[in-house]
Design a protein around this ligand. Structure first.
Ligand SMILES: O=C(O)c1ccccc1NCC(=O)[C@H](O)[C@H](O)COP(=O)(O)O
Length: 269
C-alpha cells in the first residue's frame, strides 16, 4: 500500500516552497549581469551525437544523497569543461539553492567556459526564474509536470513553456507516470524527460523509462531518460527501451575521475 507521504505529494510541495522562498530572497536576481549568446540547440545536439547523447549534470547535493561532492568556485568550471571534453553533448546545471546547493551564478560561470547547450535545472514555478536562466546563459529550462498538475506554480505549464519558447529557450518537460507521459505526448512537446526518480518518495527505478515507452508511441518527441543511470549497461538498456538521450548526475559527480566516467558512459553506444 502506498504511504500517505506518496499519495499527498508532500515531497514536491516542499521543493516548490523552497523555490518561492529562493525567489523572495533574491536568488534569481540577475540585475548585475546579462549574458547574450546565440542559443545552442539541445535537441540538435542529441540528434547529431554519434555515441550516447549524454547530458552531464553539475550537482553538488541532492535531497536523496545529501552532499555528493564538495564545491569550490574554481572546480566548478573545471568540472564543466572536463565533462564536455570527455564527450557530454550538454550540461544540466542545478540552480536551486535549497537542498541542491545550486546557484544561478554557476550557470553564468559555466556559460562563459563552454559552448555546449546548457539546461537550467531547477524547480521552476515562476517567470522570474526563466528570466534569470535566460540572462545567465541557459539554452533550455526544465518544467516538471506534476508541479503544474497540482496547481503549485504561478502559471500553467503551457504558459511557462510558451514564455520560455518566446525567449528562445527550449523546454524539457519532465514526467514520471503513464498519465503524465500520455498527456505531454498528446500535447506534442518536442523534448520530454522521463524521470526514473519518484520525486515524492525519492525511489529510483530505471525500468520506469522502459515501462512508459512500452505503452506509448513517442512520435517525433525526443525522450531523455533521467536519474539513476550509473553504468554503460544502463544506457544500453535504456536505448533499447527507446530513450534518445541520458541525463546523469550523481554517478558522475561522486566519482574521483569525472572525465573517465563521462567517457565510459558516452562510449556505451
Ligand atoms: O536528485 C534528487 O535527489 C532529487 C530529489 C528531488 C527532486 C529532484 C531530484 N533530482 C533532480 C533530477 O532530476 C536529477 O538530478 C537528475 O535526473 C540526475 O539524476 P541522478 O543521476 O540520479 O543524480
Amino acid at each position: 500500500m502506498m504511504s500517505k507521504f506518496v499519495r499527498t505529494g508532500l515531497g514536491i510541495k516542499r521543493l516548490v516552497d523552497n523555490s518561492f522562498k529562493a525567489i523572495d530572497e533574491g536568488a534569481y536576481d540577475t540585475t548585475a549581469y546579462s549574458l547574450t549568446h546565440d542559443a545552442i540547440s539541445l535537441r540538435k545536439a542529441i540528434t547529431l551525437c554519434l555515441h550516447a547523447p549524454l547530458i552531464s549534470e553539475v550537482k553538488f547535493s541532492s535531497p536523496s544523497q545529501g552532499r555528493i561532492r564538495s564545491k569550490t568556485t574554481s572546480s566548478l568550471v573545471e568540472i564543466a569543461t572536463t565533462m564536455i571534453k570527455s564527450g557530454a553533448i550538454g550540461l544540466s546545471v542545478l540552480t536551486q539553492p535549497y537542498l541542491f546547493e545550486g546557484s544561478i551564478e554557476y550557470l553564468t560561470a559555466i556559460r562563459k567556459a563552454v559552448s555546449a547547450p546548457l539546461l537550467m535545472k531547477d524547480i521552476i514555478v515562476s517567470t522570474i526564474q526563466i528570466d534569470a536562466g535566460k540572462k545567465a546563459g541557459a539554452d533550455c529550462i526544465l518544467l516538471i509536470k506534476t508541479i503544474f498538475d497540482q496547481d503549485l506554480a504561478e502559471e500553467s505549464m503551457e504558459k511557462l513553456a510558451e514564455y520560455a519558447t518566446n525567449k528562445g529557450l527550449q523546454v524539457l518537460v519532465e514526467v514520471h507516470t503513464e498519465q503524465e507521459f500520455g498527456e505531454v505526448l498528446n500535447a506534442k512537446y518536442p523534448l520530454i524527460g522521463i524521470n526514473n526518480r519518484n520525486l515524492d518518495n525519492l525511489q529510483v527505478d530505471i525500468a520506469t523509462t522502459e515501462r512508459l515507452l512500452k505503452n506509448h508511441d513517442k512520435g517525433k518527441s525526443l525522450i531523455i531518460s533521467e536519474s539513476g543511470i550509473a553504468k554503460p549497461a544502463d544506457i544500453q538498456y535504456l536505448r533499447k527501451a527507446g530513450a534518445d538521450a541520458f541525463l546523469v548526475g550523481t554517478s558522475i559527480m561522486e566519482t574521483g575521475d569525472i572525465g573517465a566516467k563521462v567517457a565510459e558512459l558516452y562510449n556505451a553506444l
